[in-house]
Design a protein around this ligand. Structure first.
Ligand SMILES: Cc1cc2nc3c(=O)[nH]c(=O)nc-3n(C[C@H](O)[C@H](O)[C@H](O)COP(=O)(O)OP(=O)(O)OC[C@H]3O[C@@H](n4cnc5c(N)ncnc54)[C@H](O)[C@@H]3O)c2cc1C
Length: 406
């Protein structure tokens, strides 16, 4: 019989590793077992792009090493996929055939890039960017490449576009919808995003998808599109979404688009929690279920899950926020947008320079979300208003003026 509480964590990304650290700091007599199917300790996926652009060395991508786990007494198990979960029996089974009992379990398994499901979509030269392994594969092929096609309308696709143009590749970006981040940006903002891409040397084509990848002599040569074009490509960067890694948990906890949790990050099974990209949680603004794909969210949820796994009763209150450069500009998306719920109203404005855009989202009488491109003045004020949940009594358009906010 075990005397110590045993915490098992599946996935050692930002969420899983933060959870392990928090558990060991606050419950030093417990056992913490941290599984990952990857060979590495925690590394920063956000940094992969900067590594591939030569802005940081590989060692800077890694944020934890093996001695760190030893120092904290975390039983780190790399290259050990968890393949089954028995919630009633409180056990997980690994691909090595071990059955491990737990008292509390965290699912923090993130997602895997959705594959490009077209003829020859699995050819060498069709690239993904989620793991260090993906980055190393890309690093090997970038120097010889001349032409690239990017597929997808979200941040992952932007990563490819930015890397490819940094390497001087002639880059065409296929976006199926009418705009980059089509649920967050309207047509005006989408046109601004296209202009920013074009100024960086990336040509954006909307409304077309890859119909097939053309391969010659085992190598990618071109893509044909659903619009009938043939575009030269040595590399295809596929950024068409993530499929959550939750197969091992099916039938054991409630699953929708991710692993469904309540505000305390507890799943439908009381001793199982979920955090990070894989967790579908009630956002704290209107309570709608959402998936969040950010580093800060994953780490904060990992820490909060740890506190609740130790018996706490905290609820997740962080306002979702994503900040990124976008070619020569920057984009912030905060709070909730039509990506999370479709019944929002919005007001938007592009300023006189045509370079700065903002769109604000309202639910009932409250400000609940915002998109800022370019000038981010007043961002903290908007964030505070979202957090405060107070009724907006004046004209909504007044909030579009950055000077009035600051
Ligand atoms: C290229 C790129 C750029 C990004 N840019 C930004 C950005 O600018 N800003 C931002 O905030 N966020 C960004 N993100 C998103 C951010 O990196 C993620 O939201 C965050 O890393 C998610 O952490 P996580 O712990 O939830 O999951 P992950 O980091 O995905 O970790 C999950 C781990 O679990 C492992 N695993 C899966 N299944 C199993 C299993 N059955 N058994 C064992 N292990 C398993 C996975 O292999 C993985 O190692 C970016 C992501 C990528 C890929």
């Amino acid at each position: 019989m075990r005397l110590l509480t045993r915490y098992v964590i599946v996935g050692n990304g930002a969420a899983g590793t933060a959870c392990a650290e928090e558990l060991r700091k606050n419950d030093p007599s417990s056992q913490v077992i941290l599984f990952t199917d990857e060979p590495y300790p925690l590394y920063n996926r956000v940094s992969l792009r900067h590594y591939l652009k030569g802005e940081i060395p590989e060692r800077k991508v890694f944020v934890r090493d093996i001695p760190w786990h030893e120092k904290y007494g975390i039983d780190f198990r790399p290259e050990t996929p968890v393949v089954a979960l028995d919630a009633a029996g409180h056990t997980v089974t690994t691909a090595r055939g071990e059955k491990i009992a737990y008292d509390r379990l965290l699912i923090a398994t993130g997602g895997t890039p959705t594959p490009l499901a077209v003829p020859s979509g699995d050819a060498r030269g069709v690239m993904y960017l989620q793991t260090m392994r993906d980055a190393r594969l890309l690093e090997d092929v970038l120097p010889a490449a001349r032409h690239a096609v990017v597929v997808g309308g979200s941040y992952l696709a932007y990563n490819f576009a930015d890397i490819f143009r940094h390497w001087g590749l002639a880059t065409t970006w296929l976006i199926r919808g009418p705009a980059f981040l089509r649920r967050d940006l309207d047509v005006t903002a989408g046109a601004l995003a296209d202009t920013l891409a074009a100024e960086a040397g990336v040509q954006v084509i909307h409304g077309e998808e890859v119909a097939a990848v053309q391969v010659d002599d085992g190598r990618v040569r071109a893509v044909t599109t659903t619009g009938g074009r043939t575009i030269a490509a040595d590399l295809v960067g596929a950024g068409i979404g993530l499929t959550m890694n939750l197969g091992f948990a099916r039938g054991q906890v409630e699953i929708h688009r991710g692993v469904v949790v309540d505000a305390s990050l507890r799943t439908s099974s009381p001793d199982i929690f979920a955090a990070g990209d894989v967790a579908e949680f009630p956002e704290p603004i209107t309570g709608a279920l959402m998936l969040a794909g950010t580093w800060d969210n994953a780490a904060a949820q990992g820490r909060l899950a740890a506190r609740n796994m130790m018996g706490g009763h905290d609820t997740y209150q962080n306002i979702p926020e994503h900040n990124t450069d976008f070619f020569a500009s920057q984009i912030t998306v905060m709070g909730i947008t039509p990506d999370v719920r479709t019944d929002l109203e919005s007001v938007a404005r592009l300023d006189d320079t045509g370079r700065n855009y903002r769109r604000l989202f309202f639910w009932e009488d409250r400000l609940v979300g915002a998109v800022l491109i370019g000038n981010r003045k007043g961002k903290l004020k908007l964030l505070q208003m979202i957090r405060d949940k107070l009724p907006i009594t004046g004209p909504r358009e007044a909030l579009l003026d950055p000077e009035a906010l600051s």
